[in-house]
Design a protein around this ligand. Sequence first.
Ligand SMILES: [Zn+2]
Length: 146
Amino acid sequence: MDSETNKKQKELDSRYLRMAIIWSENSYCIRRKVGALIVKDKMIISDGYNGTPSGFENICEDQNNKTKPYVLHAEANAITKIARSNNSSNGATLYVTAAPCIECAKLIIQSGIKRIVYSESYRLDDGIELLDRAGIEVVFLDHEQY
Ligand SMILES: [Zn+2]
């Protein structure tokens, strides 16, 4: 990539990441709000935020303020939304406001997503490591960069 193309890609990446941050505001989870967008051929083909499955109560935390085990992560919601549509995530880019965990990394690999852009680091980086191993391009954008 020449530097001009590189610069344009970086601008697009930061804009989509900002949109994912805005999207995370939809989450009714209290402890943590995460947003994700899936972009293919410059079109947003899916979106997601962390939350309980469709039809469940919109409460992520139990009485002890622990996240319920059936809360779906933003990436999982965005990927499974595509499964319900006529679209395909093959070759797409995933924008997510936090580093994917290992469970989401598995879904990302299997969904054919080729590139991910994220901002916040996670306490564990085994998800990122797995994505690296699968040959997925992983881009970290620091807060000052978008
Ligand atoms: Zn996850």
